[in-house]
Design a protein around this ligand. Structure first.
Ligand code: GNR
Ligand code: NI
Length: 167
């Protein structure tokens, strides 16, 4: 396994649209293992391949307290959604930034698992929010793009200041 570097906003590579996975092979399973390790170490509750500069439709998520319930979603598609949830979100590509975003409260997602089998996940609460956040990454979208231009420019300034302090 290997820890992968996470791209930081506003890196233009975060804007790339990820391609469908044609076959769930050993290369994809290695990517999943590395992404899971990177997510747990960060620590975060989810990670999209886009964030580690791999532009394939692969997501890992674990919203459990015990950190032992890994969800792997390959080529995810939302087939149903309902309700509204306003959730304070964070992102490993924007360390230290937390903002409220409006999402669907429940989503039903069809995806492939790490063995290439089809599965459907019925999600609500943080899992549902996280799935939508990660699927946005695969489309080249980051949660702050739902905020006003003014807020976005303040966030970019704050991240730049962080980078300067870190050297
Ligand atoms: O670790 C994360 N926490 C989080 C909290 C609320 C809503 C979404 C998230 S996802 C984020 C990890 C990440 O950046 N995934 O892309
Ligand atoms: Ni994120």
């Amino acid at each position: 396994m290997a820890l992968l570097p996470i791209l930081r906003y506003p890196d233009p590579r975060l804007r790339k649209v990820a391609a469908k996975v044609a076959r769930v092979d050993e290369g994809i399973r290695k990517l999943i293992n590395d992404m899971a390790e990177t997510m747990y170490m960060a620590p975060g509750v989810g990670l999209a391949a886009t964030q580690v500069d791999v532009h394939k439709r692969v997501i890992v998520i674990d919203v459990s307290d015990t950190r032992d319930a890994l969800n792997v979603l390959i080529n995810p598609a939302i087939v149903e959604s309902s309700g509204i949830a306003d959730c304070e979100e964070g992102c490993l590509s924007l360390p230290g930034i937390y903002e409220r975003v409006r999402r669907a409260q429940r989503v039903k997602v069809r995806a492939l698992d790490r063995d290439g089998g089809e599965r459907t996940v019925d999600a609500e609460g943080l899992l549902a929010v996280c799935i939508q956040h990660e699927m946005d990454h695969l489309e080249g979208r980051v949660f702050v793009e739902y905020l006003s231009r003014l807020k976005q420019s303040r966030i970019v300034a704050k991240l730049k200041k962080q980078d300067r302090k870190a050297g």
